[in-house]
Design a binder for this molecule. Structure first.
Ligand SMILES: NC(=O)c1ccc[n+]([C@@H]2O[C@H](COP(=O)([O-])OP(=O)(O)OC[C@H]3O[C@@H](n4cnc5c(N)ncnc54)[C@H](O)[C@@H]3O)[C@@H](O)[C@H]2O)c1
Length: 509
């Protein structure tokens, strides 16, 4: 395997994500140049300069050392295109518009160095469609690289290839992103919103619907869907405020534009839940975009956090907590917990069963299309959304077939969020029979792949395959100096060999 060495990275777009990705590269001691549009007035770099200065104030801190902001080289597309030629990796992180991104690709194409990888940080636009804007010679080096916000802290990076991405591009990037940037990688298919945002945003939309159906307030729902449920402490509505309601709307729009019925769309039986929730539409209309504009589902006034009342669209006193009885239910072991929630009388407990059921249902129906195995969905929710457990893990822990039957009963009774039946593999065959008859998608042999219809073992990261010696230092499986790899030169005194191919070795000039 030839080695992909990253000597310099270009990040295109100095917005929320681009500036913070550049900061994380600096944290990892990787030279980086940050581009944005040339400003109309003053210094042409002033848009980038403002973003770099902003990094020092941002919380949680994107930079390990605030003054390291000065290590980010600043650039704009009018004056500095030649700098792109010095970069081995170009990460595009401009606004989520297909036309703007493809326009920029046309502009940068002549300046992309031979061998450089070009990757988009889009939240969910088609990587294949984006690649079509690039010349044939660059298409094999183009892919998706999806960081999560805030990129210094969220460990997930989804890598996405296209039908024309070269075979070793994702392996090379994975090695860099894991060992160079300290991230966890999931390979995602090029389906709308990839894995974490597809399952995560569908989950948030379901929660918004059920909040209304059960007549709960946003503060109580956040209390229920935060730490108590083993999820990110900001719960649901505060998470939306932190991400930005405009960004969330973009991700929802990708679902609306690409899934459902109609030309060019992929059928999806959950299409009914992809509508923009009316309250979100009203907030967007009034430019209340969450934390970045000071108001969204919540508004901070002095030291008080007020919550939105969706009826009046006024902010009222917030901070209400959920019922203690429900809190105690959530501390029970998984099997008992789900049973208690499902059988309870109170709205809060029934709401929790409903949102868990909706998430299990959604993950099971979509597994085949969006992920290689159930493992990828579970880890996407852990690493990208801060959950302690992914949906399949919890379902399996609570009793695979019992929970599957409860979901089926709710679907049959018209209580579920979609009438789509659970896939057959849930009830019959290897998944139902696994783990000594207890059932489940995770087994010692690997995790269930609905597309391959078998359990697939954990993929061995190529980055570890290179590190031959930490494993098997001794014993029969350990590589031997006399026989391992490919011999490059051998005489009585010395044997020179490589674990790659002989092409990796170059004579010193
Ligand atoms: N915000 C998030 O939580 C998040 C998370 C993951 C991925 N993303 C993705 O990252 C990308 C950037 O998102 P963001 O939140 O940083 O956006 P942002 O709105 O904060 O920044 C967008 C940047 O793009 C630049 N820009 C706008 N129009 C342009 C054009 N026509 N040509 C060149 N540059 C242009 C702007 O000057 C700005 O610096 C998007 O694709 C988004 O979907 C966002």
């Amino acid at each position: 395997m030839s080695r992909f060495l990253v000597k310099k990275v270009a990040v295109l777009g100095a917005g929320v994500m681009g500036a913070q990705i550049a900061a994380h590269l600096v944290n990892c001691k990787i030279p980086v140049v940050l581009f944005d549009l040339a400003a109309n007035e003053g210094s042409k770099n002033s848009i980038v300069t403002r973003a770099v200065e902003g990094l020092k104030q941002l919380k949680p801190a994107p930079l390990g050392v605030a003054d390291d902001a000065s290590l980010i080289q600043q650039a704009n597309y009018e004056e500095h295109m030649d700098v792109l030629k010095e970069c081995d990796l170009i990460i595009e992180a401009i606004a989520e518009r297909m036309d703007w991104k493809t326009d920029l690709y046309h502009k940068i194409a002549p300046y992309i160095a031979e061998g450089a990888i070009v990757a988009s940080n889009t939240s969910g636009l088609s990587i294949t469609k984006l690649s079509e804007a690039l010349p044939e010679s660059i298409k094999p080096r183009f892919c998706g690289i999806h960081f999560f916000n805030p990129p210094r802290y969220m460990t997930l990076v989804e890598l996405i290839n296209t039908p024309t991405t070269g075979a070793d591009v994702l392996d090379n990037l994975e090695a860099f992103v894991t060992s160079g940037l300290g991230k966890n990688v999931i390979r995602a298919h090029d389906t709308p919103n990839f894995i974490a945002n597809r399952v995560g945003i569908a989950g948030m939309l379901a929660i918004m619907k059920q909040t209304e159906a059960f007549g709960l307030t946003y503060d109580v729902v956040d209390d229920l869907t935060g730490k108590k449920l083993g999820r990110a402490s900001s719960g649901t509505f505060r998470t939306a405020d932190v991400v930005g309601l405009d960004t969330m709307a973009h991700v929802i729009k990708t679902l609306q534009d690409n899934l459902g019925e109609g030309e060019g769309k992929t059928p999806d039986p959950f299409v009914g839940m992809y509508g923009t929730p009316p309250v979100l539409a009203k907030l967007l209309e009034s430019k209340s975009l969450g934390q970045k504009t000071g108001a969204g589902f919540y508004k901070k006034v002095g030291r008080d956090i007020l919550r939105l009342d969706p009826e009046s669209m006024e902010y009222v006193a917030g901070g209400a907590k959920s019922n203690d009885v429900v809190g105690r239910m959530l501390k029970k072991p998984a099997e008992e917990r789900l049973q208690l929630l499902r059988n309870a009388e109170g709205a809060e407990a029934r709401f929790l069963w409903a949102i868990l059921r909706d998430q299990f249902h959604y993950a099971a129906v979509h597994l085949e299309a969006i992920a290689e195995t159930a493992r990828d969905i579970d880890f996407a929710m852990r690493w990208g959304f801060g959950a302690k457990q992914g949906p399949f893990e919890l379902w399996q822990q609570a009793g695979w077939l019992q929970v599957a039957n409860w979901i089926k009963e709710d679907i049959d009774a018209g209580k579920a969020i979609s009438s789509a039946p659970l896939p057959d593999w849930v009830f019959k065959g290897p998944v139902a029979e696994s783990n000594g008859g207890k059932g489940g998608v995770h087994t010692p042999q690997g995790s269930w792949s609905a597309s391959a219809k078998k359990f697939i073992p954990k993929r061995k990261l190529p980055v570890y395959a290179r590190q031959h010696f930490p494993e098997n230092v001794l014993g029969a499986a350990a590589p031997s100096f006399t026989t391992a790899g490919t011999t490059l030169h051998e005489d009585d005194a010395i044997r020179i060999w490589t674990l790659g191919t002989s092409n990796d070795y170059q004579e010193a000039p």
